[in-house]
Every structure is written in C-alpha cells, then in structure tokens.
Design a binder for this molecule. Structure first.
Ligand code: NAD
Ligand code: DAU
Length: 338
C-alpha cells in the first residue's frame, strides 16, 4: 500500500488517524478529502501537510472528484460523516446526504477502480443496551452479530451506510471491511461533544451540562487505540468482515463528568442538569473478543484518568483550535434547553 485516501481526515477521529499513519507508515502518501463542514478544521492536520499529506477540500458526494482521487490510491479509509446525534434530531437531511449518499458515491467508485475500502462505523447502529445489573455485574455487550436497531437519525444513516457496504461486497465484489467503534475521546474533538464541551465550559468559566440523570453509560476508547485498530483491519482484516472496536471503558456520564471536575480542580457538584436528549440511548458496550483473537489487536491507552488528563491539557494548550466556535455552539445548545 503506497497511497491512501482518508475521507473526513480533518475531523476528530480522521485527523487522529492521519497523525497515526503519518508516524507509523513512513512510506505512505495520504490524500485527505474533506468538505470542511463546521466540524472539519484545517488546523487539525496543518502540521502534516506537505510532500506526504495532501488536503483536498471537497464533498464525498461529488462523483467526478471522488473518481479522480480513487484512481490515484490503493485504499480508502472512510470517516467522513455528519456525526452528532443532537444535530441529527434538529435537521436530519445533511446526515442522509453525507452518510448515505456519500458512502454510496464512494463504494460505486471503489468498485470501478477495484480499490480496497474500509468503512468506519459506530456501535450506535446496534441501539441501546440495558444498564448492567449492579449486583451480578452481568450485562450483554454488542457483537458483530447483534441486530441493527438504530435510535437516532444519525445512527440510522450510519446503519444504512453499513448495509450498503455489506451488499456491495456481496453483489459487486467491493473489497471492503467495516468497523464499529465505541465512543472516542482525545485531542481535536469538536467542542459540541460531551467531553470537550465540559472541558471547554470549565476553561471558559461556564458550568458543565449533564443530560438528564447522567446514568447513561458510554464505552470510552482513546482515539489513538481506534487508529491502531483500523490499521490492523486494513492490513489483516478479512474482506466482508465486520470488526467491533472498544477498550472495556464503560462509564456513566455522571462519573466521567465528576472525574473531569476533579482533574480540573472544581467542586464535583459544580454542574447543571439540563434537558435530556430525545430518544437518548441508555448504554453502549463492545465485546472486543473478535478483533483481539483474529487480528491480535489490543488497546494500549487504557488508563482513562491519564487519557482524560492529557486531553484536558490539549484543550488548555490549543485554545486556537476551539475558541472561535465555542460561543456559537453554546448558543445553539441554549436554544434547545441544553
Ligand atoms: P467529526 O464530525 O469530528 O468529523 C467529520 C469530518 O467529516 C469533518 O471533518 C467533516 O468536514 C467531514 N465531512 C462531513 N461530511 C462530509 C462530506 N459530505 N464530504 C467530505 N467530508 C465531509 O466526526 P468524528 O467524530 O471524527 O467521526 C468520524 C467518523 O467516525 C464518523 O463516520 C463517525 O460515525 C465515526 N465514529 C465516531 C466515533 C466518535 O466517538 N467520535 C465513534 C465511532 C465511530
Ligand atoms: O458511540 C459512538 C458515538 O459516540 C459516535 O458514533 C458519535 O459520532 C459520537 O458523537 C458519540 O455519540 P454520543 O451521542 O454517545 O456522544 P456525545 O458526546 O454527544 O454524548 C456522550 C454522552 O453524553 C451521551 O450520553 C449524551 C451525554 N451528554 C452530551 C452532551 C453534549 C451530556 O450529558 N451533556 C452534554 O452536554
């Protein structure tokens, strides 16, 4: 593999992946295709642009552009998407366009040029799990055989894109793999999301905001572990297979917020409870046994407190990456009562 196309490489998870492969694969040339929506930020990758990394600003729904880039690469890792649940509840159309139509455009082109394709998806396609039984500790986790039960328009469009990819493998010989990962955290995440929102609220003198009673559980993974897992799948994954990625990082939102407050020297009750998200999924949890046993991948950054401390430091040191957008993001949340 000499040249790779990374869609959505100026967003959070995509930019971290580009940094990861830039360091780990010194012979690889990387083309980033990104529309630069509100969530894309050139600063996320500007330190890498040059001989080995090219940024093309454009839409994954643009057929001639996608074909031109596809003809130049050996593989695609497809991150580009509208990614925020709350936005999808307010205006689902961009999610249908980018997540479904955009994926359709890319896989048609990948078949045409016989290009290896890796599709990035989410655990949210499986819907919610019940809370873990506090006495027995027993609670199911998602596996690659779990049924698709998306709750939000965002999750439904990601589920649709997964199904398109699966059927293109079977019907048209698309050389594709799929991964469904749990909640990522780390540097470069847009300030609308839970962890960066609370960190930057505290840094801006605003009280953090918790939806509902805060018992909802997310299964946190450091985005650098996600990057390494994607590379393993791209190299060693079996065509047509779906791999779930996670790091056994289940925590309630309330516990995550308490830890952020503690690490930032705030009283643990210094937050506001705000309106809950309609249709808010209760719990996500990933069974990682398949990727671990078949590909030998294991997460490395499993100390959540250390990872969170480093993430807080990143937001402290990189205010130029988030400061300009913070006020508008909070105004939008305020209008929704959140
Ligand atoms: P993000 O919103 O931070 O970044 C998305 C990027 O895609 C942005 O740079 C945006 O400009 C670009 N983009 C959007 N529409 C586009 C289009 N039509 N054409 C070209 N570029 C477009 O999102 P993220 O959190 O980095 O998520 C990236 C991918 O990873 C998504 O597919 C998401 O479903 C998946 N994922 C995210 C997480 C997570 O916790 N963030 C977990 C699992 C899976
Ligand atoms: O599970 C993977 C998914 O994780 C990805 O597919 C999505 O792209 C990504 O956005 C994320 O989805 P969530 O909806 O879980 O993430 P979010 O950061 O929006 O919220 C995390 C939890 O925190 C969720 O239970 C809602 C809650 N929350 C969120 C915000 C923004 C709050 O309590 N307060 C907040 O201010």
């Amino acid at each position: 593999m000499k040249r790779i196309l990374v869609t959505g490489g100026a967003g959070f998870v995509g930019a971290n992946f580009v940094h990861y492969i830039f360091e780990a694969q010194k012979d690889l040339h990387i083309i980033i295709l990104d529309k630069m929506t509100y969530a894309g930020n050139k600063k996320n990758v500007s330190d890498l642009l040059g001989d080995r990394v090219q940024l093309v600003i454009g839409d994954i729904c643009d057929v001639p552009l996608v074909n031109k880039l596809m003809s130049r690469v050996d593989a695609v890792v497809h991150f580009a998407a509208e990614s925020h649940n709350d936005n999808s509840l307010e205006d689902p159309l961009p999610f249908v366009e980018s997540n479904i139509w955009g994926t359709y455009t890319l896989i048609q082109s990948a078949v045409k040029y016989n290009t290896r394709f890796h599709h990035i998806s989410t655990d949210e396609v499986f819907g919610e799990l019940p809370l873990r039984n506090p006495i027995s500790g027993v609670g199911d986790k998602f596996t690659s055989n779990s049924p698709y039960r998306p709750s939000s328009p965002y999750a439904a469009t990601k589920a649709s894109s997964d199904l398109l990819v699966r059927s293109w493998v079977r019907s048209f010989g698309l050389q594709a793999t799929i991964s469904n990962c749990s909640n990522n955290y780390g540097p470069y995440q847009y300030v609308e999301k839970f962890i960066p929102r609370q960190i930057t609220n505290i840094l801006s003198g605003v009280r953090p905001k918790l939806y509902g009673d805060g018992r909802n559980v997310r299964d946190w993974i450091h985005t650098w572990d996600h990057s390494a897992a994607i590379w393993s799948i791209l190299k060693y994954g079996k065509i047509g297979e779906t791999y779930l990625i996670g790091a056994d990082g289940e925590m309630s939102n309330r516990d995550v917020l308490t830890l952020i407050l503690k690490l930032m020297g705030q009283p643990v009750d210094a937050f506001d409870v705000v309106a809950n998200r309609p249709g808010h999924d209760m719990r996500y949890a990933i069974d990682v046994s398949k990727i671990q046993s078949e590909l030998g991948w294991k997460p490395q950054y499993t100390n959540f407190e250390n990872g969170l401390r480093n993430t807080i430091e990143w937001y402290q040191e990189n205010a130029d990456c988030w400061h300009a957008d913070k006020y508008a993001v909070e105004s939008r949340y305020r209008q929704r009562g959140q």
